[in-house]
Design a binder for this molecule. Structure first.
Ligand code: ADP
Ligand code: F6P
Length: 447
């Protein structure tokens, strides 16, 4: 059998303990383990030499070859910051008003996709199977076909896809989608995303069809890590610092799609409307800075700094801080222990492709004394996790009521909710997701 070639903008640094936060690398790292694979993408660094095509730098770790290229500062700005994260990200998260379109950024986006294709093509063997990931690389399959690549090529979108009535706000949206005819299989996270993308294909006479494949985690490994992590000095220090208070935990990249201002407003409403819990709870929000060069993310960061200051200013007492808010990343092996010690996970994105944090929280729990998951209806994980306390993240009072309900649930009620959630997380693993996608891709007739 040929190798698996993964192509994604973000590639993990296999030798570093602290990884950039994000569901794509987490889900895929579990998927490539044990397969002969090559993972190709951006190095995370910039080069000053933009006249010559960069040569990929390679590193082999546990049977996986990581091959990455640098981008010039100009390419990074047009491709990653502006077109991918200043336009496609808000558009696909239903935030049309936040998108910034410039024709020159689209040109840079196409240029970098073609650059990726040129850098990859010489490393390919005829029986390799290629799997391209995410919105940074919609045209990558076509760029490879233009170079004569005939291998099977699949594509997976990790973020939501909106209805055509929204997506068409992108000038020339149909051209971007037409390039997807190059793929032999297209996967998205949920049935809603399938309907939306297929609607766009059929309304524009594009010869492509999407299918749903919900991504997961490696729950067995994550559970074991959480058990180990709970005994580490860092996690013990967290627990001691609570002085017996209930721990409410939020873990998200600092991104406007995650609904952090709305979540903080919900927590403030909880403290105001349920005063009996003041001083009884601590809300720890871990939100590592993400895409800090994009203006909307900088604005959000300032907004959150102010909001946390305000809430703590109003509600804190001399011996209690209502919100602990940190913007530095926490290594995954410590984060797992935080999840395990948390009594309540508050995960309220306004829109999310999947949300692996919700699955990690469930996997980390002690089945005899599990915590409560409060989850947004608009997370891609919600249809699989209907036994969570589901909330509309736009309504602070609904978040407040869910927090109060979570505080009141008995151990029996928590166990009853946890059982089906855990069964679902155990069934739909990252390994199953990758296997089902790749089996379907291999089964495709190719021309
Ligand atoms: P997204 O892909 O939009 O970031 P997901 O919830 O699907 O959202 O994936 C986030 C991943 O990043 C999870 O695996 C989570 O453990 C990891 N992560 C999130 N926040 C942090 C953090 N503060 N430190 C380390 N890892 C994080
Ligand atoms: O999972 C969605 C996603 O956008 C990935 O494509 C990406 O790697 C991750 O979130 C984190 O974002 P970034 O790569 O921009 O740091």
């Amino acid at each position: 059998m040929g190798r698996l070639i993964i192509v994604s903008n973000r590639v993990p640094s296999p030798r570093e303990r602290s990884q950039p936060a994000g569901g794509l690398t987490v889900g895929l790292r579990d998927a490539v383990r044990g397969n002969e694979s090559l993972w190709f993408g951006w190095s995370g660094a910039t080069t000053t030499d933009s006249d010559n095509d960069p040569t990929p730098a390679t590193d082999v770790v546990e049977g996986v070859t990581y091959a990455t290229i640098d981008l010039s500062a100009r390419q990074l700005e047009g491709f990653y910051q502006n077109f991918s994260n200043g336009l496609l990200w808000p558009l696909c998260h239903y935030r049309v008003g936040m998108m910034n379109y410039r024709r020159s950024d689209w040109e840079t986006y196409l240029e970098v996709n073609a650059l990726f294709a040129r850098a990859l093509v010489d490393m390919l063997r005829p029986d390799d199977i290629i799997w391209v990931h995410d919105y940074h690389l919609f045209p990558m399959g076509q760029a490879l076909r233009d170079l004569g690549v005939t291998n099977r090529i699949g594509f997976f979108l990790h973020i939501p896809f909106p209805p055509w009535s929204l997506f068409r706000s992108l000038p020339g949206a149909d051209l971007l989608l037409r390039d997807m005819e190059a793929y032999d299989l297209i996967g998205v996270q949920t049935a809603e995303d399938v309907d939306n993308l297929n609607q766009s294909f059929s309304l524009n006479d594009i010869n492509a069809r999407a299918q749903a494949f919900a991504i997961g985690i490696d729950p067995v490994e994550f559970h074991a890590q959480a058990v180990r992590s709970a005994e580490t000095a860092d996690v013990r220090r967290l627990v001691e610092s609570l002085h017996g208070r209930t721990l409410i935990l939020g873990v998200d990249r600092l991104d406007y799609s995650k609904g952090l201002p709305e979540r903080f407003a919900g927590y403030a409403a909880f403290l105001s409307r349920y005063p009996q819990y003041r001083g009884q709870v601590t809300f720890l929000q871990v939100a590592p800075v993400s895409r800090g060069d994009v203006e909307e993310y900088r604005v959000l960061r300032r907004q959150l700094d102010e909001q946390v200051g305000r809430i703590n200013g109003v509600h804190a007492t001399f011996d209690w801080t209502p919100i602990r808010y940190m913007t530095s990343p926490v290594p995954r092996d410590i984060l797992a222990g935080f999840y395990r010690e948390a009594d309540i996970a508050l995960i309220t994105p306004l829109r999310d492709g999947m949300n692996l944090v919700a699955k990690e929280f469930i996997a980390a729990q002690d089945a005899a004394d599990p915590g409560v998951l409060i989850l947004s209806h608009f997370a891609g994980a919600a249809p699989e996790m209907m036994d969570a306390l589901l909330v509309n993240p736009y309504d602070p009072d609904e978040i407040a009521d869910a927090l109060a309900l979570a505080m009141e649930t008995t151990t029996e009620q928590r166990i009853a909710r946890f059982g089906p959630l855990n069964a679902e997380v155990t069934r739909g693993t990252a390994g199953v997701w990758a296997r089902e996608f790749l089996d379907a891709l291999r089964a495709r007739d190719v021309g």
